[in-house]
Design a protein around this ligand. Structure first.
Ligand code: GRF
Length: 191
């Protein structure tokens, strides 16, 4: 049976993209990587998994709406039903949110609602909290504010450095994200 088609949106390194691709029993086919940063490492990673890449520079568009319309055309051409944001450093606008309502997930390196936005790991580290973590959530028009699907805690030790904490957080992300993707896709199929 054909699997549902998905796109990953990423701007940077792509370790979460890779974790999704490496999952042995992923319940969807990742048919597209959308990237807003020409030259980002994730583009090469996608090529190594033979995933088609769609790279755009938002600065080439007169508005966020126009930029997202271009993406939307591509998503529709490829039959994409689900979008997984994995280090996509942009807030989705109305165009995408409307076309993919409750079909766009994001992973964020903190226990939301704590430490939303950029540098969540650094924010938690500097705040001196004993526990931070990872959140997978549906997106809405806010910054890391959509409905939470799953969270996992990560302890911060007294002898920790920000770099060590980041490594542990990403290790958790790489297991949590594909697992949550699979369970949401499964429950969506049952509905
Ligand atoms: C991850 O920590 C993710 O939680 C955040 O951006 C980072 C992306 O890392 N949204 P990578 O590009 O997947 O390595």
């Amino acid at each position: 049976m054909n699997k549902v088609k998905a796109a990953v949106f990423a701007s940077g390194n792509g370790s979460n993209f890779e974790a999704i691709m490496k999952h042995e029993k992923l319940a969807c086919d990742v048919v597209l990587l959308v990237c807003d940063k020409p030259g980002a490492s994730v583009i090469e990673k996608a090529s190594s998994y033979s995933v088609q890449t769609f790279v755009l520079n938002p600065e080439d568009f007169e508005s966020k709406g126009k930029y997202e319309e271009e993406i939307l055309i591509k998503l529709e051409q490829e039959g994409v039903e689900w979008i997984f944001l994995a280090g996509y450093m942009r807030i989705a606008g109305e165009t995408l949110l409307h076309a993919y309502e409750r079909k766009i997930m994001n992973i964020h390196p903190s226990l939301l609602p704590a430490f939303p936005g950029k540098d969540a790991i650094g924010q938690a580290f500097r705040a001196g909290v004993a526990v931070t973590g990872v959140t997978v959530h549906f997106i809405d028009e806010g910054v890391d504010t959509g409905p939470i699907i799953a969270q996992e805690q990560v302890e911060i030790f007294p002898e920790d450095t920000e770099e060590l904490l980041k490594i542990r957080i990403q290790k958790v992300e790489h297991v949590l994200y594909p697992t949550v993707i699979n369970s949401i896709l499964l429950s969506d199929k049952m509905e």
